[in-house]
Design a protein around this ligand. Structure first.
Ligand code: C2E
Ligand code: CA
Ligand code: CA
Ligand code: CA
Length: 277
């Protein structure tokens, strides 16, 4: 039995090594990818309900690896969080998103998105200097602070007092704060009392079954009441069907995001030009 468990341990340890090696290699490749410019941003529309007119966009990072091909951010963002590269990558994301946004406004002021949402990770919130970096990027690109929304998750906010301070500093600049994946954390409602919030991004899990009478629909309805009551904007995430969009609108949602309205793309969908009377 001892021999058997010893073998098991060796296999387990070898697996761990491979895992660690793989992670270290991925980390090094990510570092190089930032230097050689393999990251791209894509933009997904956030639209009005029920019209479906594009209003805002969310910036989402992509890695086009020369051999591996497309690597999902769900895979590589956590690695950059662990090795700290997210701080530098996050700055590149912020600068690229804001300068793209400024360019759209210079080129097509009437149809460019009204605001742009940029994801900020736990590690970035925990690092001092986030608000200063954002202020510098806004000054550089000439973008008004009120046009930027920073998306944070509940877990990121709970990483400590530094994170709450960073959010307060961003808010003081005039930047909008969105709580991402809202409703999936341990204290979503409690958080609304702790940090200044402007936008609730109601998680896809509540949207998925919103057309079936049941608990998801009840929660989706409760969340729009909370949002309206507090004077916040709510965005329903991950809307994939016309039926979901119609039901969300019936519940009182006025903003939505999801494949039904538009997938992330290199250029944002143009807003409809203001109607001429
Ligand atoms: P997230 O911030 O919750 O972003 C929404 C994700 O849902 C995106 O996946 C988007 O493409 C996807 N999505 C949008 N509509 C639909 C839909 O109707 N159906 C389905 N099934 N999915 C939909 P993506 O781009 O793969 O990003 C995954 C996660 O990676 C993001 O979740 C975010 O946590 C992280 N991430 C992406 N870009 C960035 C970034 O620039 N910075 C940071 N820190 N994290 C990022
Ligand atoms: Ca997000
Ligand atoms: Ca989300
Ligand atoms: Ca998510």
């Amino acid at each position: 039995a001892a021999k058997c468990s010893g073998g098991r341990w060796r296999r387990y340890a070898a697996g761990l090594d491979e895992h660690t090696d793989e992670k270290a290699r991925l980390g090094a490749e990510l570092r190089a990818a930032l230097d050689t410019g393999e990251f791209r941003l894509v933009y997904q529309p956030i639209v009005s309900l029920p019209s479906g007119d594009p209003r805002y966009v969310e910036a989402l990072v992509r890695w086009q690896h020369p051999q591996r091909g497309f690597v999902s951010p769900a895979e590589f963002v956590p690695v950059t969080e662990e090795n700290g590269l997210i701080v530098e990558l996050g700055e590149w994301i912020m600068r690229t998103a804001c300068s793209d946004f400024a360019r759209w406004h210079a080129e097509h002021p009437a149809t460019a998105p009204e605001r742009i949402s940029v994801n900020v990770s736990a590690r970035q919130l925990a690092e001092p200097g986030l608000a200063a970096m954002v202020a510098a990027v806004l000054a550089e690109t000439g973008m008004p602070a009120g046009r930027l929304i920073v998306e944070v998750t509940e877990t990121a906010v709970f990483s400590g007092g530094v994170a709450v301070r960073a959010i307060e500093d961003l808010h003081a600049l005039g930047v909008g704060i969105a709580l991402d994946d809202f409703g999936t954390g341990h204290s979503s409602l409690g958080l609304l009392q702790t940090v200044p919030v402007d936008v609730l991004k109601v998680d896809k899990s509540f949207v998925d079954n919103v057309t079936m009478a049941g608990r998801h629909a009840v929660i989706a309805e409760a969340l729009i009441r909370v949002s309206d009551g507090l004077g916040l904007s709510a965005v329903a995430e991950g809307v994939e069907t016309a039926e979901q969009a119609a039901e969300l609108h019936r519940l009182g949602y006025r903003l939505a995001q999801g494949y039904h309205f538009g997938k992330p793309a290199a250029e944002p969908t143009a807003r409809r030009t203001a109607a001429v009377a």
